[in-house]
Write a protein that binds this ligand. Structure first.
Ligand code: APR
Length: 231
């Protein structure tokens, strides 16, 4: 049965009230990437970085999954083949919406990572600057988020899924950050049919066989209905 690989970005969580990065007034209009989303920024001012992620962690914990998250969970449940969700998001809303096996290539707000020994543990809602690592006791805790200049998680696993994709969908991503922005080319090389579901054309829109424009809570359930109607 056909395998579906889905890449999601901040746009799928926009209607849950979580900001995107590059839209008008987005997170990168409010904060400098080099200050809050790089290892150098964290080394320079850990308190600023913790404050940025603490605010996002509290906001994400209060957010609810929307119809788009729930539609992808329904697709995983009802599609006879494998459905793999790879997300750039760190908000945990795919799981809250019922999805499983989600690959978080940029980490998750819910995770803490020890910069010294690499230990991971569930992050407290508000992580302190000198949060002790439960394993090595160092005051070296950081958010378990993949920053610019760092290698995203699970790339071998992701490329393995893309190599087997029959259908590839990119949902709610501007297609401006690599390696995720190139996943569509991996899927095309594997012979997959490709579709972009977004509020507006992404930077990579011309690579897709099909596009469905509109708010994710409208276009994603419609797309899932179409797929399931084709079974
Ligand atoms: N429904 C569907 N798409 C939407 C909606 C919506 N309601 N609102 C916004 N979008 C689209 C925008 O048109 C845009 O193309 O979502 C996309 C969001 O793009 P970005 O803000 O660039 O977010 P994303 O593509 O996820 O960024 C990728 O960049 O900064 C890094 O690590 C960060 O994971 C992030 C990565």
């Amino acid at each position: 049965m056909e395998k579906i690989v889905i890449l999601t970005g901040a746009g799928i969580s926009a209607e849950s009230g979580l900001g995107t990065f590059r839209d008008e007034g987005g997170l990168w209009a409010q904060h400098r990437i080099e200050d809050v989303a790089t290892p150098e920024g964290f080394a320079r001012d850990p308190a600023l970085v913790h404050a940025f992620y603490n605010a996002r962690r509290v906001q994400a914990a209060q957010a609810q999954p929307n119809a788009a998250h729930r539609a992808l969970a329904r697709l995983q449940r009802d599609w006879p083949g494998e459905v793999v969700i790879v997300t750039q998001n760190v908000d945990g809303l795919h799981e809250a919406g019922g999805a499983s096996g989600v690959i978080h290539m940029h980490g998750t707000l819910a995770g803490a990572l020890c910069a010294a020994c690499g230990h991971r543990w569930p992050a407290p809602a508000e992580m302190a600057v000198d949060e002790p690592c439960p394993a090595c006791a160092g005051p070296t805790a950081r958010p378990d988020i993949v920053w610019f200049g760092e290698v995203p998680y699970s790339m071998d696993q992701i490329y393995g899924h893309l190599a087997q994709a029959d259908i590839f969908a990119a949902i709610g991503t501007s297609g401006q950050v690599y390696p995720a922005a190139a996943f569509v080319h991996e899927a095309i090389a594997a012979g997959a049919r490709t579709v972009e579901l977004n509020l507006e054309p992404s930077a990579g829109v011309s690579s897709f066989d099909e596009t469905l424009f509109g708010p994710a809570t409208q276009v994603v359930p419609r797309w899932v209905d179409l797929l399931l109607g084709q079974r």
